[in-house]
Design a protein. Structure first.
Length: 147
C-alpha cells in the first residue's frame, strides 16, 4: 500500500542517487504536513554524520526552534543506523516509519534494536517495511552500479 509521506522520502532518496550518494531519503511530518526533508550528503560534503535522518532532524529543530520533536514523525527509506537512532531518541521523535531493512547496520531490529533496549528515556513507535520494495529499488540500483 502506498504511503504519501514515504513517497516523498523516496523522492529524496532519488536525489541522493542522482549525485552519487547512497540513496537514503527522509522527511519529518508534524500535524500531517512535511516540515523538513533531506537525503544523504556524506560523500558530497565529506561529513560522516550527514545521513538523511540527521540532516532532516536538524532542519526540523531549526524550523520549530526546539530540539524536542515529540509531536513529529520521521519517514525514512532505510532502517536507521545506531547514530541516527540516537538522534531520534534524543530529539524525542514520536514515530519512525522506515522502508527497507539494513541487515548490516540497522538499529531498529536488524542488527540491534536501540529503541527497545529499555534503558533510554524515550522510545519512538516504529513501523517497519513501509513500501519496502519501492525503498529498496534506488539502493539496489546504486549498489548494482558500483559493481
Amino acid at each position: 500500500m502506498e504511503n504519501p509521506f514515504m513517497i516523498e522520502a523516496i523522492k529524496e532518496a532519488c536525489k541522493a542517487l542522482e549525485i552519487g550518494e547512497v540513496p537514503v531519503g527522509a522527511i519529518i511530518v508534524r500535524d500531517n504536513k512535511i516540515i523538513s526533508r533531506a537525503h544523504n550528503l556524506r560523500e558530497t560534503e565529506n561529513q560522516a554524520t550527514y545521513h538523511a535522518e540527521i540532516l532532516c532532524i536538524e532542519e526540523a529543530c531549526r524550523l520549530l526552534s526546539t530540539w524536542r520533536l515529540n509531536d513529529c514523525d520521521l519517514y525514512v527509506t532505510l532502517e536507521p543506523c545506531p547514530m541516527c537512532a540516537g538522534a531520534i531518541i534524543n530529539s524525542r521523535i514520536r514515530s519512525v516509519y522506515f522502508g527497507a531493512y539494513d541487515s548490516k547496520g540497522g538499529a531498529c531490529g536488524s542488527v540491534i534494536d536501540l529503541f527497545r533496549e529499555g534503558n533510554f528515556n524515550h522510545s519512538p513507535i516504529v513501523y517497519a517495511g513501509i513500501m519496502e520494495e519501492a525503498c529498496e529499488k534506488p539502493l539496489k540500483e546504486f549498489f548494482r552500479n558500483l559493481r
